[in-house]
Design a protein around this ligand. Structure first.
Ligand code: RAM
Length: 340
């Protein structure tokens, strides 16, 4: 059951050029999506990664002629609550919905319902299964993101010692596919002395992630590394390492925001971590939605414009990719912490 009052929704309408306004380069982008209403539905509220994505969405909306962005999410990252949010957007007859899914399959029926009503449905970040949307834009290649995280902890530990994974929720598409990709990388003989001893789920909640990190350390006295492929997990896990005085004994890596990881990197709880620019990711996703609303083809092999992020080509199952992740360490974390 969902308490509708829990849904946090923010609406902002990008400024439109009035008749008397100067038509200058800030609005140089395509104007095909003016007057459209697009919802960005993320996993849950209170996640600054998604707030950054929404900022990029607003930027794209302005470039695409001034469409309205409705940035919304359930308070808890569950599929049921997310379905209720999408149902209410269908009732409001928005033109397009961009979702980061809490469950790939559970969202298929509501995705189909939206498409039957003529609403353009796409996912970003965490995919809906192909039947429930047209396009899914991944931030980067799944094998690359998975492998990178195992490589980072390998380098930190000198390829020796027990490692665990602290993930988000067990139903989340993106974390699950990155974990699969990590396990592929782990097959390389260079990791023979760096076994994966546990995978636990903090559900993208700070308190649960923190407690899971504490339990990992207690249950595995020889634990030396943790990979957390979620910005919530890595920030809470790093805090637990610092609070438990485990700095120098256990290291965390994964996907984090420089603004949230600077303290942990400078304290030595985290050596390196990775992420893409979430502002650009929200921007690129929204530019694709604008192109689709303008009639762009989404069939495999089609080229879709991501505005100033360049073009992407639609692959199998409607999947496209934005770009490459960046790696952060003590030399560059402070600089990027100012941005995201
Ligand atoms: C968290 C969310 C999001 C994921 C990032 C890396 O913010 O789980 O879906 O992409 O981490």
């Amino acid at each position: 059951m969902t308490n509708r009052r829990d849904h946090h929704t923010s609406r902002r309408t990008a400024l439109k050029l009035g008749a008397g306004a100067l038509a200058l380069p800030a609005f140089a982008g395509p104007a095909f999506a003016a007057d459209k209403r697009v919802a960005m539905v993320v996993k849950n509220t209170g996640n600054s990664y998604f707030d950054a994505c929404a900022n990029g969405a607003m930027e794209a909306a302005a470039e695409a002629g001034g469409m309205e962005i409705i940035y919304t999410a359930p308070t808890k990252p569950t599929p049921e609550d997310q379905i209720a949010v999408i149902d209410s957007l269908i009732a409001q007859r928005v033109d397009g919905i961009i979702v980061s899914a809490n469950d790939a399959n559970a969202l298929v029926p509501v995705g189909k319902k939206a498409m039957e009503r003529g609403i353009q449905m796409m996912s970003f970040d965490s995919a809906i299964a192909p039947e429930g949307r047209s396009i899914h834009l991944s931030a980067s290649s799944t094998p690359l993101i998975g492998a990178k995280q195992v490589q980072m902890i390998g380098e930190t530990l000198g390829y020796e010692g027990e490692v665990a994974i602290l993930s988000a929720a067990s139903t989340m598409t993106n974390q699950n596919s990155w974990i699969e990709a990590m396990k592929e990388e782990w097959k390389d003989p260079k990791y023979a002395n760096m076994p994966l001893v546990a995978t636990v789920y903090g559900d993208d909640q700070d308190d649960k992630s923190y407690r899971e990190m504490e339990s990992l350390v207690k249950a595995h006295p020889n634990l030396r590394g943790v990979i957390s492929p979620t910005t919530i997990g890595i920030r809470s896990g790093a805090k637990a390492i610092m609070d438990m005085d485990m700095v120098g004994k256990v290291w965390i890596t994964g996907l984090g925001l420089p603004s949230e990881m600077q303290v942990a990197v400078e304290a030595g709880a985290c050596d390196t971590f990775a992420i893409w620019n979430p502002v650009e990711y929200g921007y690129a996703s929204t530019m694709i939605m604008a192109a689709i609303l303008g009639g762009a083809d989404t069939a495999e092999g089609s080229t879709l414009s991501m505005g100033k992020k360049g073009d992407t080509v639609v692959g199998a199952d409607g999947e496209a990719i934005m770009g490459e992740p960046f790696v952060f360490n003590k030399d560059n974390v402070a600089e990027f912490a100012k941005i995201f």
